[in-house]
Design a binder for this molecule. Sequence first.
Ligand SMILES: [Zn+2]
Length: 270
Amino acid sequence: MTALRAPVLAAGLAAVLALLTGCVPAEDSSPSPSTTAAAPDPSEDATSLPVPSQSPKAAKKKDDKAPRAREDHTNPASIGVVVNKLRPLVPLDYHPGDLRRPAVSIGTGGESALLRDAVADATEKMFSAAAADGAPMVMVSGFRSYATQVDTYNHWVRQHGSEAAADMISARPGYSEHQTGLSMDVGDSTGACNLQQCFADTAAGIWLANNAVRFGFIIRYSPGEEDVTGYSPEPWHLRYVGKKVAGKMAQRNINSLEEYFGLPGAPGYS
Ligand SMILES: [Zn+2]
């Protein structure tokens, strides 16, 4: 087993702290939620970023028009993709081709500061609107590659001695929604409740619950949906689905993508 990379160790420490406080981020154990201004990180340089594989024309498409069929729940490049414990990414090591760093306050570096282009656009608009309303926010974690998730998950298997125990706090590689580049974790400007349930009571958390839909985001893991989504509530974890789907879900008072798209619930791995 190779040595853990520094970000994973940092993530481990953060998650251990979370354990000590009784708050265990279910899917979000890998990010290193630095809550201050983004620390300089050499890996943020564009030289280490993936090269977009889409044509410039395709990459310019925004919102619901991007990318490809929006109702395709299996294609990981579709904004309609549904990833859960029964629906891994196909291929497992899918890597988006149009990742970029949004121009917002970001408390992390490297790949986790990236989102898909259309999601980054929506994020910039949303963070700007939130700040104007007195609810400044920080992006805590965005994209997470398959390789990072392998390191993170293996760390937790070693830490707890079994996959069953690791599954309680970390997504298996290829099963994290963060790997789509359509999801991010958000914190408030103080970072006091990052990746904790109390985020829901911060100004940022309240603002998101009321307004994220206007920018095409949903809060992916809601209270009372554990048997459907497979995860404990995460008021900080947003998923971009486009304004149309987000609006319809809100209209119909549906919280989970599984229910909205008529897909089976995924309380655990098969
Ligand atoms: Zn998350």
